[in-house]
Design a protein around this ligand. Structure first.
Ligand code: PMP
Length: 461
């Protein structure tokens, strides 16, 4: 009998509450309520231990780009487990899957990237970025260039450096973060900072906050700027088209390294292989994870552009950094199969030419709903802003927790959609078809109606 069937839902929930501390969770509250136990998945659907089917509009956690149940990935893992389940890359050794993946990544990433440093996750990737950026400037004879500029409401992981780079105040409040020499500017969120300007005007204004910060700190102290092309966990904050080219111009002007955190935006999410290609930036370093294996097995890394690679290789000597699982052969074998499948199914082109524009139309139609103040998409990610009053995008009272109310209806109606404050967000698997977009949109509409009915009944409007 399969493990999932060996206990009842209640038995799983009891053992879960007794032993498993979940990430980003109020342990006591969850123990009282009981987890939903997910037991299997296929394509874009999940099933829980009660046999209920759920449309997974979050691709697991922004990662299952090729959808669930892809035999090619399963076979790649099985074969590699049999042949060589593990060997490290520390002892002047390497395994064929890690070498072949490094080579393939330099093919699918922008041309400045010919080298990769493997990690086990996105957070470890961003820790690597901090080590690498500072090492680069040391080797350049500018050790005072230590400061990395990031943005409020960014998410770059949960390790000490990852959480420091991130701009989440609640995370900084636990554990004395950020670590030294990481500073934050405001995010390019038009609803929060830009109303009264056109979006494109605001994009330039927001980018110039970077220049203001550089001048405030002194350019000679600034090592790098890091940003997600689209801020995912922050609520799918899609910048204006003017933003990234201006950020690039400013980084070039002061010689500052540009780091694109592609953990969510990489591997087709935005309709190009990498988000920096969609938004017109040319980063020096690029963090990736999630979509590289479609989440079937953990893997992350940093693409190292020629500027940094040349210095590290030619002048660096030993780089005192690495992880046991840097270049894990099974993870790399799955990534090879995954990237092969993305290419074969032409998923990036499909998102760019077909399902991305179709999702944009579907979301535009949701703008007519009385609760929706704004609806935006980029490739196969999207956000709905829930408002009390469309005029001036007037928000609901914070105590209402409108996003969580809507999320509750989604969960109860077979849809996983995430709430970030008053933004309802999606990032479905890239294999999603037009018919499935219709199915998802109908579910979203139903959940918005149920949320509106709550708002009317409770007098929140
Ligand atoms: N960067 C970004 C942009 C992310 O969205 C995430 C995870 N959601 C991370 C880094 C951290 O990745 P991980 O959880 O694999 O450590």
């Amino acid at each position: 009998m399969q493990l999932a069937q060996q206990r009842t839902t209640q038995q799983w929930q009891a053992a879960d509450a007794a032993h498993f501390l979940h990430p980003f969770t109020d342990f006591q509250a969850l123990a009282k309520k009981g987890s939903r136990i997910i037991t299997r998945a296929e394509n874009i659907y999940l099933w829980d231990s009660e046999g209920r089917k759920v449309l997974d509009a979050m691709s697991g956690l922004w990662c299952v780009n090729v959808g669930y149940g892809q035999q090619r990935l399963i076979d790649a893992a099985t074969q590699q487990l049999r042949e060589l389940p593990f060997y490290n890359a520390f002892f002047q050794t390497a395994t064929p899957p890690a070498i072949a993946l490094a080579e393939l990544l330099s093919e699918v990433t922008p041309p400045q990237f010919q080298h990769v440093f493997f990690t086990g996750s996105g957070s470890e990737g961003n820790d690597t970025v901090v080590r690498m950026v500072r090492r680069y400037w040391d080797l350049q004879g500018q050790p005072q260039r230590k400061v990395i500029i990031s943005r409020r409401n960014a998410y770059h992981g949960s390790t000490m450096a990852g959480a420091s780079l991130g701009g989440m105040a609640d995370m900084h409040a636990q554990g004395g973060l950020p670590i030294p020499d990481i500073v934050h500017i405001d995010q390019p969120y038009w609803v929060q900072h830009g109303q009264g300007m056109s979006r494109d005007e605001f994009g330039l204004v927001a980018a110039r906050w970077l220049e203001d910060k550089i001048l405030e700190l002194g350019p000679e102290r600034v090592a790098a700027f890091i940003g997600e092309p689209v801020q995912g966990a922050g609520g799918v904050i899609i910048p204006a088209a003017t933003y990234w080219p201006e950020v690039q111009r400013i980084c070039d002007k002061y010689g500052i390294l540009l780091v694109s955190d592609e953990v969510i935006c990489g591997f087709g999410r935005t309709g190009r292989w990498f988000g920096c290609e969609t938004f017109g930036a040319r980063p020096d370093l690029m963090t990736f994870a999630k979509g590289v294996t479609s989440g079937y097995i953990p893997l992350g890394g940093v693409m190292v552009g020629d500027r940094v690679a040349k210095t590290l290789i030619e002048q660096g000597g030993e780089f005192e950094h690495g992880y046991t699982y840097s270049g894990h052969p099974v993870a790399c074998a799955v990534a090879l199969a995954n990237i092969g499948l993305i290419r074969e199914l032409k998923l990036v082109e499909q998102v760019h030419d077909n399902t991305g524009p179709y999702l944009a139309e579907a979301f535009a139609s949701l703008r007519e709903h009385p609760l929706v103040g704004d609806a935006e998409t980029c490739g196969l990610m999207g956000a709905l802003l829930l408002v009390k009053d469309k005029a001036g995008l007037k928000p609901f009272d914070r105590t209402v927790g409108i996003g969580m109310v809507c999320r509750g209806h989604c969960f109860a109606n077979g849809l996983i959609m995430r709430a970030v404050g008053n933004r309802m967000i999606i990032a479905p698997p890239l294999v999603m078809t037009r018919a499935q977009i219709d199915e998802m949109t109908a579910l979203i509409r139903r959940c918005l109606d149920l949320t509106l009915a709550d708002a009317q009944r409770e007098g929140w409007l």
